[in-house]
Design a protein around this ligand. Structure first.
Ligand code: C2O
Ligand code: CU
Ligand code: CU
Length: 500
């Protein structure tokens, strides 16, 4: 009955339906509405994931050693939680590399089961992608390598074993991968990692009475696990001591299903400066920003000396009546910012940043349509040995994507960045005008996405496209494509497609 007390303590709103059922972990409750505004202690400094160390090998590549392991992590008073991590017990280090650099990894799987590490947002050969076909067996080491060949952006890494992605990520396997380039270095954005340039890996988790992670799927919920506590970089209710007038936050929604509607407790305006694939052409000032699972955003926030304000997720307009069950109406306090009496540094957000996507004027050689409904894409569930189609190197395609059932989905494509050309025929909202690799699909609306393929071809090794709500992805809302060189035909996925 501990949950009942917890629900009370969290102050569930009047009229919030509380449903009782008995599940695998005993009784659990799903509340249709949760409100933690003003109820979080914020008594723990925000942990900043360390930057991963690397060594340069004989070929000039920077080699990163990543060890995946299990352990325990203390999130709150009482017993420690059994978790997984990379070079630690929960989450992983931030990998940082510049455009043009050669990178190599020794990914050692220290678990007692197979897993993988996928580099979400990275343009790279399919065999290095870390998806369902690059499983790293228990006890083995996988050694991908490639040259960073894309503009500065906040990317991330996470497991991608077909059917188990949700489970592996829930235990803690995720980290950031920051790509730098000359443009971002010249941009004058706040850039001191851990000081005025802060990674924020946002996740929701549910704990059982023993402080262990509980996969709480709300009764009647359609999206999978929805936790009632929000962690940033592995800390519940952290604070940040702000020392500069401007702070850049690299927000990552690393949750399974939760949609965050970011804003601040005083509704202040902040500047969106980058989306999944890199810098916007110019900042967009807003009070609210949606991030669905897998999406990233870089924002710059201005602070006044001595003030306090919380980063908060506000109730959202998505989800309809059913969405209440999946947390769409929740109001969640996430992190407190405590500004010092004097703040250093500039106060102006640079007015020009990167380059706007430029695919609208390109001739698309091919249009494809993708209908997402009932854990299927175009009526088909993901099959490891079926390559759904091949795209031609060097060409631009336009994909028309629609969420055709009653539940929220988003859409992520591996290997490429895309431009949202139109949403239901209209100009996309400002936050969708930069480069993206994951996009939230409002129900029934057609998203036309333009992307250019190429750089790496392989007729036999597919990249994925899928809904990034992990339960949907694991259940089969995913497909596979290959990038073909001149004259190549779609090949066959090798039978045992594990690493060499
Ligand atoms: Cu974030 Cu297919 O991945
Ligand atoms: Cu990905
Ligand atoms: Cu989905």
């Amino acid at each position: 009955m501990k949950r009942r007390t917890a629900l009370k303590a969290l102050g569930f709103g009047v009229g919030g339906a509380v449903v009782l059922t008995s599940g695998g972990y005993g009784a659990y409750y799903a509340a249709a509405k949760q409100d933690t505004a003003g109820r979080i202690a914020f008594d723990k400094a925000l942990p900043v994931p360390p930057l991963a160390e690397s060594e340069t090998d004989a070929s000039g590549a920077r080699v990163f050693a990543l060890g995946i392991r299990s352990g325990t992590t203390r999130f709150k008073a009482g017993p420690a939680t059994r978790t997984w991590g990379v070079n630690g017990t929960y989450l992983g280090p931030t990998i940082r590399a510049r455009r043009g650099e050669r990178v190599a990894f020794a990914v050692r799987n220290g678990l007692d089961q197979d897993t993988s590490l996928h580099w979400h947002g990275m343009h790279l050969p399919a065999a290095m992608d870390g998806g369902p076909h690059q499983v790293v067996r228990a006890g083995e080491t996988w050694r991908p390598r490639w040259t960073i060949d894309q503009p500065a952006a906040t990317l991330w890494y996470h497991p991608h074993v077909h059917g188990s992605t949700a489970d592996h990520m829930y235990r803690g396997l995720s980290g950031l991968f920051i790509v730098d380039d000359e443009g971002v270095e010249a941009s004058k954005l706040p850039s001191r990692y851990g000081v005025d340039d802060l990674p924020m890996i946002v996740q929701d988790r549910a704990f059982d009475g023993d402080n262990q992670f509980e996969e709480r799927v709300p009764l009647g919920g359609a999206l999978g696990v929805i936790g009632d506590e929000v962690l940033v970089n592995g800390a519940i209710g952290p604070y940040v001591d702000v020392t500069t007038a401007l702070v850049r936050l690299r927000l990552l929604n690393a949750s399974h299903a939760r949609l965050y509607h970011f804003g601040f407790s005083d509704d202040r305006t902040f500047s969106l400066v980058a989306t999944d694939g890199g810098l916007l052409a110019r900042p967009w000032n807003t009070e609210r920003l949606y991030l669905s699972p897998g999406e990233r955003a870089e924002i710059v926030v201005a602070f006044e000396p001595g003030e306090r304000v919380e980063l908060r997720s506000h109730p959202s307009e998505y989800g309809g009546t059913l969405g209440r069950i999946d947390g769409f109406d929740d109001r969640l306090d996430i992190c407190r910012f405590r500004a010092a009496a004097t703040l250093s540094g500039g106060t102006e957000v640079p007015s020009t940043l990167g380059t706007a996507p430029d695919l609208a004027g390109e001739k698309a050689v091919r249009e494809r349509s993708f209908v997402l409904a009932s854990d299927r894409i175009n009526g088909r569930a993901m099959a490891m040995d079926r390559i759904d189609f091949g795209v031609r190197e060097g060409t631009v395609e336009v994909w028309d994507v629609v969420n055709d059932n009653g539940f929220p989905h988003n859409f992520h494509v591996h290997d490429v960045r895309f431009q949202v050309l139109t949403v239901d025929g209209g100009k996309p909202d400002p936050h969708l005008r930069g480069w993206k690799d994951t996009v939230l699909l409002a129900q029934g609306k057609h998203y036309r996405l333009a992307m250019r393929f190429g750089g790496h071809t392989d007729p036999n090794t597919p990249y994925m496209y899928h809904c990034h709500l992990l339960q949907h992805e694991d259940a089969g809302m995913m497909g596979q494509f290959v990038v073909l060189g001149d004259g190549e035909k779609v090949g066959t996925v090798p039978r045992s497609h594990h690493h060499a």
